[in-house]
Ligand binder design. Sequence first.
Ligand code: IYR
Length: 234
Amino acid sequence: MNENDDVRSDSAAELGFIPYDPPRISAEEGLARGREFFRLMDGRRSVRHFSDRDVPRDMIAWAIRTASTAPSGAHRQPWRFVAVSDPLTKRAIREAAEEEERKSYDSRMPPEWLEALRPLGTDWRKPFLEVVPWIVVLFEEKHGVKADGSLRKNYYVKESVGIAAGLFIAALHSMGLATLTHTPSPMGFLREILKRPDNERPFILFPIGYPAEGCQVPNLRRKPLEDIAVWDPN
Ligand code: IYR
């Protein structure tokens, strides 16, 4: 069997095709829904001050299921969501993250970067990692592993996992939860603490919970449509 055969064995040709007939809606109704969805998502903010209020595990499970509806290269679904509620594991993550972040803020990040972050008010301290009821670490699967231990290629891993991350964030927000796309750097320590295999690499760490009472966020503006969209350049 050559590599092409292997790729084909998981392709649509192997799975067969089924009808796809989502409910038809009028353009008018579609526009109304688009506006409503924008309003919902425009209300989302990254949060660094969380409440310790409990979040049912099922909410996390729904968000993970939703994330996994993302399209992925050759439908390999190259992601793994590791959910942590255990306080000792959260403490271990906080300690390791702060150790790295302290080095970054003290010496690894160039002045320009520190300057860019100043409006966000961040520093090396990450107390939220112990306050939140849940931490979910999204791992990218660099490649799969076949039953015989040989490697199975994944495709467009960053793109696929990035899309899954976006859907995950949207699902959390739709449930009234807050999160932060946290990337302690470097974050190899997460593989060790969370006992993940060599073929997985941490992609984003999501602290998840409800915003703290009196939570504040930076007064950011989002770019207007004119600045982000180009219509018919030709
Ligand atoms: N990882 C660090 C620094 C940081 C970097 C960027 I780019 C941000 O948008 C925010 C923070 C930290 O988590 O503090």
